[in-house]
Design a protein around this ligand. Structure first.
Ligand code: RP5
Length: 175
């Protein structure tokens, strides 16, 4: 089991179908994570304990997801010096715009890095990038990941040209 370096916290189990994508991204890079449900308003004491103890527990990054009046990421960020990534979760009736504004509009002094509504996979990936700043092995993995993304674009481009029956226009460096 890899060492646990990322804390994934969410306001409710209803956030889990989205928030588990953070773990998917971290698993792809072999980074250990833990997952916790707590709430800034339903269980503020537990939330404070988690945030205050996170650095001593060995975490390097916290990802916090919440829907509605989504103050969980900001409250956590106020109680730790670890970088906090916020995931706005889409819930009814406002569809996640409420969560997005609550998380992205943090007043000056306590930053929260905010991803797209339901952007949990990118939150996991951003945690990898943060850790890669001091980890060459992780930077190499990110380079390979990006090469794979580019290869997929090429595959789709080839498939489109096959479908249209057109030849590829030669590019500089093509044989
Ligand atoms: C927020 O309230 C949670 O993050 C969740 O997105 C939302 C609704 O929670 P439940 O009513 O489904 O428990 O605190």
């Amino acid at each position: 089991m890899p060492e646990i370096q990322v804390g994934i916290i969410m306001g409710s189990d209803s956030d889990l179908p989205i928030m588990r994508k953070c773990a998917d991204a971290l698993d792809e890079f072999g980074i250990g994570w833990e997952m916790v449900i707590s709430s800034a308003h339903r269980h503020p004491e537990k939330t404070a304990r988690y945030a205050r103890g996170a650095a001593d527990a060995g975490l390097k990054v916290i990802i916090a997801g919440a829907g509605g009046a989504a103050h969980l990421p900001g409250v956590i960020a106020s109680m730790t010096l670890l970088p906090v990534i916020g995931v706005p979760i889409a819930i009814e009736p406002l569809g996640g715009v409420d969560s997005l504004y609550s998380i992205v509009q943090m007043p000056q002094g306590i930053p929260v890095a905010t991803v797209a509504i339901n952007g949990a996979y990118n939150a996991g990936l951003l945690a990898v990038h943060i850790m890669a700043a001091h980890d060459e092995k992780m930077r190499n993995r990110l380079n390979i990941y990006r090469q794979k993304l580019a290869a997929k674009v090429e595959e789709k481009d080839c498939a489109l040209r096959d479908q249209l029956g057109r030849c590829k226009r030669p590019e500089p460096g093509d044989q």
